[in-house]
Structure formats: C-alpha cells, structure tokens
Write a protein that binds this ligand. Structure first.
Ligand code: HEC
Ligand code: HEC
Length: 334
C-alpha cells in the first residue's frame, strides 16, 4: 500500500464532499467519516480484482481470496476460524478486508506492515491456499491474458510476486464502505440515526470504548491487550503481538479491530468465540472496562454499532483469462 496516495485521495475526496454535498456542519467527533474512494489506476485495480477472485492462486484450484473474504457479504467468511486447503482449520478468525487499508498494520498481530506485504501470506500459507510462491507466479505467468495485463501496467511481462501483490493491494484499497448512517450523522444529518442509536453512541464514548475504537475505521489505530480487567480464556494458540516481538508485555495484545460493518462480520474476536454482537459488547465491557452493562445498555450499543454499516462497493464479477496450455493444473488433494 502507498499511504501517500491514500491520504491524498482521502483529502481530495473529503474536500469535494465538503464543497459539494455537505450543507450542514460536520460534527467534531473521535470517529471520522470514511471518504469515498477515488480510483487513480483503474487497470491495476481491475487486475487486482481478477487476482482476488482467481482460485488458480491456490493449490486446490478452489480457494480464492474471496473464499475467506466474501465481498458479497462483510468481507469475511463468517466462520469461527477459517477453513483452508484440504479442509484444514486455521488458528484465527478472518478479519474483514473492507476498510483494511485504514489499519496501522495487517493481521490480528500486525505482522505485515501493509496490504501488499499481507497478500504474500495467504497464497503460500499451508492452512490457506497452500501454493508455493514460485508456483503461483508460474501459473499467472502461463496465462496469456494475465501476461498482457502485467506488461501493460508494469512494463514487464515477467510476472513478479511484488507486482502481483501490488495489484491485489491496489484493488483492496478500493474496498471501503462510505456513507453509513453514522457517517451521514457525522456530516450533519441529525435524522440519520435514531434516539436509541444516539444513546448507544453516547454510552460508547462515556464508558470508554472510544479510547480504543476510534478514527475513520472505528479501530485499526493501535494494539491493545485483550483482557485488561481479567484474563481472557481462549482456545486459540494465538498470543497476538507476542508472536511477532517475543516481548512479554505484548502477550495477548491484538490490533483493535475495525467496527465498521461489524453487524455483518460475526463471529467476533480473534478466535471467533463470541457469536453475537451483544455477547461481544458484554465481554468488552467486562474485560476491557471492568463494567457490567445492563441489557438495555447492551442493546443501545448494538443499535449504535449497526449504524456503522456502510455502502459496500458494487463489484461486477471479473472476467478471468483462460489458462494456457502449460498452466499447472489444480491439485485439490495434494
Ligand atoms: C483460508 C482462508 C483465507 C484465504 C484464502 C485468504 N485469507 Fe486473508 N485472512 C484470513 C485469516 C484467517 C486472516 C487473519 C490471520 C491472522 O491475523 O493471523 C486473514 C487476514 C487478512 C488480511 C488482514 C486484515 C486485517 O485487518 O488485519 C487481509 C488484508 C487479507 N487477509 C487479505 C487476503 C487476500 C488478498 C487473500 C488472497 C491472496 C487472502 N486474504 C486469502 C483468511 C484467509
Ligand atoms: C482497551 C482497549 C479496548 C476497549 C476499551 C474496548 N475494546 Fe473492543 N476490542 C479491543 C481489542 C484488542 C479487540 C480484539 C480482541 C480479540 O480479538 O481478542 C476488540 C474487539 C471488539 C469487538 C469484536 C470485533 C471483531 O470484529 O471481532 C467488538 C464488537 C468490540 N471490541 C466492541 C467494543 C465495545 C462496544 C467497547 C466498549 C464497551 C469496547 N470494544 C472497548 C480493544 C478494546
């Protein structure tokens, strides 16, 4: 990802917004609206989209990025933990790819700096697509329709891992969800959210959720320990940032997840243990704030969280190019 491009796009989009569509005064809040995306390199975005949907990047020939990050839904698989090559269970829950570009780093433990670095992980990961990088490159290289696009965009018909992941990342940067009801309210439309939803937001702020879940993505800006007011018991082997840094203080520190579109991305937490949003809110209150919410309070916060569902991009299924005569064939049971 190129943070510079993104922030320029963000500022331009925001100023267009302010100039043309916003009549009311935007509110000053710790959550800020998501700006509509501005596509500067459409051919690269299209190539990235094809690769995102192409199961030939997996050894089995049946798993694509979209398998676990379903763009027709919330950008996740809605499973407790993901299922990958040969039906293997992964160790953690699949986070949404919508608005992922806002994250300070990628993965629950932040082990990839940006979307481009992240995209290298799943192709090769044994429990995901199980496709060695050299073979993935060979497959894409053997498909004439891809070779042509790589040459036109990168000036090189030799496909590289760098260019392949660059295209995927470029596509992912378009996966943002602006214009949620909450954003409409932030931009000055008083009637965009109900009284109960507004109460939920006030509680979200006054009780302290906002300290960790803030910014345009309502998360993604920091790492925090899961279980500040009591240990969180999990069956998942993940130890969060500790797995990356080996520093004791980082044990069970996870990237604070985005709460955008959270009503679509169940089940919750890195281990997918919380099935409903109500359960997740209740646990957050007790474990992160030392506070037990009443049922009405939980309902209000859940109501507020549902106003964070934005407009998902309209995505036409891409037309994938035909395999070449020498394209390595899928091996579903290898
Ligand atoms: C088998 C299911 C599976 C497949 C296939 C898969 N992912 Fe993921 N993805 C996951 C899981 C699980 C995680 C979380 C892993 C972790 O944090 O350790 C994840 C994390 C991510 C993240 C990080 C999001 C965040 O907020 O931290 C991005 C971005 C992403 N995947 C994009 C992709 C792309 C692009 C592809 C295709 C090249 C892909 N994924 C293929 C399951 C999958
Ligand atoms: C001290 C920081 C902190 C505070 C305060 C906090 N959270 Fe969280 N929140 C996190 C972290 C870290 C996670 C990820 C934990 C994990 O997956 O194990 C998380 C996860 C969540 C999730 C699950 C999202 C998903 O996609 O899995 C929800 C929902 C949530 N928080 C809501 C809230 C609400 C509501 C409050 C206030 C009652 C709150 N949080 C307070 C840090 C915090």
């Amino acid at each position: 990802m190129k943070p510079v491009t993104l922030s320029t796009a963000f500022i331009t989009a925001l100023s267009t917004l302010t100039a043309t569509t916003v009549i009311a005064t935007p509110r000053q809040e710790p959550i800020t609206p998501i700006a509509p995306v501005r596509i500067t390199e459409p051919a690269k975005v299209e190539l990235g989209k094809q690769l995102f949907f192409d199961p030939r990047l997996s050894m089995s020939g049946v798993i694509s990025c979209n398998t676990c990050h379903n763009l027709a839904f919330g950008g996740t698989d809605n499973l407790k933990t993901s299922v990958g090559h040969k039906w293997q269970a992964g160790p953690v829950n699949s986070p949404t790819v919508f608005n992922a570009s806002y994250g300070l780093a990628q993965f629950w433990d932040g082990r990839a700096a940006d979307l481009q670095e992240q995209a290298q992980g799943p192709i090769q990961a044994n429990v995901e697509m199980a496709m060695p990088h050299n073979l993935a490159i060979e497959v894409i290289q053997s498909i004439p329709g891809y070779r042509k696009q790589f040459e036109a965009i990168y000036g090189d018909k030799n496909v590289s891992l760098n260019n392949l992941t660059d295209a995927i990342a470029e596509f992912e940067e378009t996966l943002i969800t602006p214009n949620s009801r909450f954003d409409q309210w932030l931009l000055g439309d008083n009637d965009a959210i109900s009284v109960a939803e507004r109460k939920g937001y006030e509680l979200f702020k006054s009780s302290g959720c906002i300290a960790c879940h803030n910014g345009p993505a309502v998360g993604g800006t920091m790492y925090q320990k899961m279980g500040l007011f009591g240990a969180y018991k999990s069956s998942s082997p993940s130890q969060g940032r500790f797995d990356v840094t080996g520093i004791e203080a980082d044990r069970y520190q996870f990237k604070v997840p985005t709460l955008r579109n959270v009503e679509l991305t169940y089940p919750y937490f890195h281990d997918g243990e919380a099935e409903t949003l109500g359960e997740a809110v209740d646990l957050m209150g007790r474990l992160q704030l030392g506070r037990t919410f009443k049922e009405t309070e939980i309902n209000q916060i859940v109501a507020f969280l549902s106003t964070l569902t934005g407009e998902r991009p309209d995505i036409d299924l891409p037309h994938l190019p035909a395999s070449g005569i020498n394209t390595h064939r899928p091996e579903p049971f290898k």
